[in-house]
Ligand binder design. Structure first.
Ligand SMILES: [Zn+2]
Length: 278
């Protein structure tokens, strides 16, 4: 499933094609929007952005198209002269003087007033979006220390969209390794410097993944792993998908745990448990 960085990169790409342009043509066959073409046609697109894993296309008439791709939705951007090739079901199509932007297969699409975006049931529940510029290290650290977060397990917190919007499975493993936090520890088990390191890692690893197209390690680290002949799914990360291999930081074996069926890879030496059980 794409995580916040992948959705934000998709929003950037769609924004390049649509922002400042007028929707000259298109089709919106999905039932929830099929009678709303009059709100979309001939409208200028003001902004395209993501909130967590949702996409928002904002129009000059004060309406926004909200969509969430879940596991199966997909966006494409083509020149408007290119014939689309897809076996998927077309859900929405925006044609400008130059481009055709299409949404396929998604089933969570709705038009809402831009000023009421915050009241949308999914968006209303989202925590701060880690990729937003005003979401700082300090804010994220305070969030970890807040009464709503401090007694939750790291493995749970790092997928909780109500705590931190945009994180997902690969980011979870990478953030916790970078911060030296054991997946079963809670913010209240940790020293203040460790919680601060965790807050910084949430921001820095996610921004790096956004800037580097899903790669969570510095380029030099990725290059060294590539030189050893590793496949992309492995060289792009520090611990995720590197289980049963030496940790790139300390050389100890990376282990895999599963939480609610979803894999989490971590290094027991870099991420020693601090929680005092009992
Ligand atoms: Zn290690």
């Amino acid at each position: 499933m794409p995580e916040g960085p992948e959705i934000r990169r998709a929003a950037d790409k769609i924004g390049k094609a649509l922002i400042g342009k007028t929707i000259e043509d298109g089709q919106w066959p999905f039932p929830t929007i099929s009678d709303k073409a009059h709100l979309l046609l001939e409208q200028e697109v003001l902004d395209v952005t993501s909130k967590g894993k949702a996409m928002l296309i904002r129009l000059a008439n004060g309406w926004s198209m909200y969509s969430h791709n879940q596991l199966y939705g997909r966006w494409t951007v083509n020149l408007n002269t290119t014939e689309p090739k897809s076996n998927r079901s077309l859900r929405a199509e925006f044609i400008t003087d130059r481009h055709a932007v299409r949404l396929w297969s998604a089933t969570d699409i709705v038009l809402i007033r831009t000023e009421e975006e915050g009241a949308h049931p999914f968006l209303a529940k989202l925590g701060p979006d880690v990729l937003d510029d005003d979401v700082t290290h300090d804010l994220l650290t305070k969030r970890l220390e807040s009464s709503t977060c401090k007694r939750k397990k790291a493995a749970t917190l790092m997928l909780d969209q109500g705590a931190f919007a945009g994180l997902g499975n690969y980011l979870r493993s990478e953030i916790l390794h970078s911060a030296g936090v054991h997946p079963d520890d809670r913010p209240c088990d940790l020293s203040s410097p460790t919680v601060s390191a965790w807050g910084r890692a949430i921001k820095d690893i996610t921004v790096r993944a956004y800037q580097q197209g899903g790669v969570t390690v510095p380029k030099s680290v990725a290059d060294a792993s590539k030189a050893r002949g590793e496949p992309r799914r492995r060289w792009r990360h520090a611990v995720f998908c590197r289980d049963e291999r030496p940790c790139l930081t300390c050389g100890d074996l990376v282990l895999r745990k599963r939480y609610a069926g979803r894999r989490l890879d971590f290094c027991p030496s870099c991420q020693p448990a601090q929680r005092i059980s009992g």
